[in-house]
Ligand binder design. Structure first.
Ligand code: GDP
Ligand code: MG
Length: 242
């Protein structure tokens, strides 16, 4: 039986992707790794393959939500028991994988999401590069999204935009059918909650990128805020079934 699949969406992450794949292999050698290469133009696909990952090459840049949903469909069809999604830029620590999976393996949660705002300890970086906090502008945006989503869901959500998440078959089967296409985090969290998935947050500490640049700049962050808010409000009125 296929046990754990790590899904890594990647867009022009040639400099980091090999290290991320190797980091996962060192920590969880039993896991399969799927890099969803979203039309990169920089050789991300070859680097990921060379590091030993399976690679799904999308024909052009389809956006994060589509790339992730492609990964969830793959996991669902191959019947993986547990799935983790993590970034391809080295910001999520492989050393936290076991803690992220533990509540799912125990059967306590359907989905576990890392949170940069829970827990006080600074965890030493086993990965050899430095911890980083979101910028002040990002933190303000995240706080605003947290308040908005917590209000809609009637439950405290501390880090609704963080992409380090583990899930069981129930959550994967849901996301294989229902996943927002564009900037998916907020709406996906809302839909998952509405579908009755049991979601837990645990502390996580983000690292600096190991190369490349963030896909989010000042101008598209304005688009992201508007897109995420409107799609989440519309999502409130959607009928979802698990
Ligand atoms: N599939 C896909 N992944 C993307 C896209 N844009 C960014 N990513 C990936 O999503 C993850 C997070 O993106 P990043 O730019 O680092 O955002 P930030 O960490 O919020 O600054 C990284 O692994 C990126 O490679 C995209 O258009 N498609
Ligand atoms: Mg990043």
């Amino acid at each position: 039986m296929n046990k754990v699949l790590i899904i890594i969406p990647a867009y022009n992450e040639k400099k980091s992707i090999g290290g991320v794949v190797m980091g996962v292999k060192n920590t969880l050698p039993e896991a399969d790794i799927l890099v969803v290469n979203d039309g990169s133009t920089d050789g991300t696909s070859g680097e990921a393959r060379q590091a030993g990952a399976m690679v799904l090459d999308l024909p052009c840049n389809m956006g994060l939500g589509v790339a992730l949903q492609s990964g969830f469909i793959f996991a669902h069809k191959r019947d993986y028991r547990f799935v983790v999604r993590m970034d391809g830029d080295g910001q999520h620590r492989p050393s936290e994988l076991k803690a992220l999976l533990a509540p799912i393996e125990r059967g306590d949660s359907d989905m576990v999401v890392g949170s940069r705002f829970l827990g006080k300890d600074v965890i030493p970086s086993a990965e050899g590069h430095t911890e980083c906090r979101p910028t002040a502008a990002r933190r303000a945006g995240i706080r605003f999204f947290s308040a908005f989503l917590s209000l809609l869901l009637g439950k405290t959500i501390t880090d609704p935009t963080y992409g380090f998440q583990a899930m069981n078959r129930k959550a994967v089967s849901f996301f294989a059918r229902e996943y927002p296409p564009d900037y998916p985090e907020l709406e996906a969290r809302l839909l998952a909650q509405k579908a009755g998935l049991n979601i837990t947050e645990i502390p996580s500490r983000m690292l600096q990128r190991t190369g490349g640049v963030s896909s989010i700049d000042f101008f598209n962050s304005i688009y992201i805020v508007i897109e995420a808010l409107t799609s989440t409000i519309v999502g409130m009125f959607r009928k979802v079934e698990n």
